[in-house]
Design a protein around this ligand. Structure first.
Ligand SMILES: O=C(O)[C@H](O)[C@@H](O)[C@H](O)[C@H](O)COP(=O)(O)O
Length: 258
């Protein structure tokens, strides 16, 4: 494991090894937080991540994790119907959540009707309201500065252009601080309408695990080098921190220019 500034990282030879490590990391934190607090708040993203979580569906994790204590959120979501193949909710439900015993009431998807209508602004406002209610119910604590919710673990991915969640290079959402959840209607990665946690919310999490596997684009390893060697803050993912630990899991191809 390597460490620089606030970042720690591991490079894995294969996606499979990365996936094994991600399951171990997640299971360890699940056990820790379930023991300490009686629940575990986990934030998912879309993209390849859900595939890489598949090791959690195998022994020893599938039967040992206290799934009933999980509360699941999305760091970003595409504003479309739940049945739409673009939906991050559908991706996670089909590939992961439907296979484990997380109570439905603990799975916090965006508003079904506004999502189907494509109303990104309302979806963002309602998702923020949902988080604020969970703070009132003591399911989500606030971080020490009292301004933002604090999730236990966020599982994130980075796009080849250096975006994370739906915070894209050159777009203003990265600067939003007065909201917990904001929206975008012209996302360069399709579909264009999305909601996303704001940067201060992302960085308030206790643990952030960013997993990046190169899909054989040249851009991805360049962005990783730009972040790790030059801390190029034009790339949203370069801003990632966390309260306790910011961990990057890279496959060999994504780390090839380091
Ligand atoms: O809704 C989304 O598109 C995602 O949440 C997005 O932020 C994703 O995590 C990255 O783009 C990485 O995606 P890949 O793993 O597909 O490269």
């Amino acid at each position: 494991m390597a460490e620089a500034r606030h970042r720690k990282w591991h490079v894995f030879q294969t996606k499979d090894e990365l996936s094994v490590a991600m399951a171990k990391y997640t299971a360890h934190l699940s056990a820790k937080f379930c023991k300490e607090k009686g629940l575990f708040t986990v934030v998912l993203s879309g993209g390849g991540l859900i595939d890489w979580l598949c090791k959690l569906l195998e022994p020893p994790y599938k039967d040992s994790i206290e799934w009933s204590k999980w509360h699941v959120f999305w760091v970003d979501e595409r504003v479309c119907a739940y049945e739409d193949p673009d939906s991050n909710y559908k991706l996670a439900m089909d590939g992961f959540l439907s296979k484990v015993g997380i109570p439905n009431k603990n799975i916090y998807a965006i508003d079904k009707h506004y999502a189907a209508d494509g109303n990104a602004e309302h979806c963002a406002a309602l998702y923020e309201e949902c988080l604020r209610n969970l703070v009132k119910q003591n399911i989500l604590p606030l971080c020490p500065n009292g301004k933002y919710p604090q999730f236990d673990l966020q599982l994130l991915g980075m796009g080849p252009d250096g975006h994370m969640a739906s915070l894209f290079p050159g777009h203003p959402q990265i600067n939003v601080k007065d909201k917990w959840v904001t929206h975008i209607t012209d996302s360069p990665k399709l579909p264009p309408r999305r909601i996303t946690f704001t940067l201060p919310v992302i960085n308030s999490a206790s643990y952030n695990l960013m997993a990046v596997c190169d899909d054989h684009t040249e851009q991805c390893p360049r962005s990783i080098a730009d972040i790790f060697k030059h801390n190029n803050l034009a790339l949203p993912a370069a801003h990632l921190t966390a309260h306790v630990e910011t961990m990057w899991y890279l496959d060999k191809a994504a780390a090839s220019l380091l």
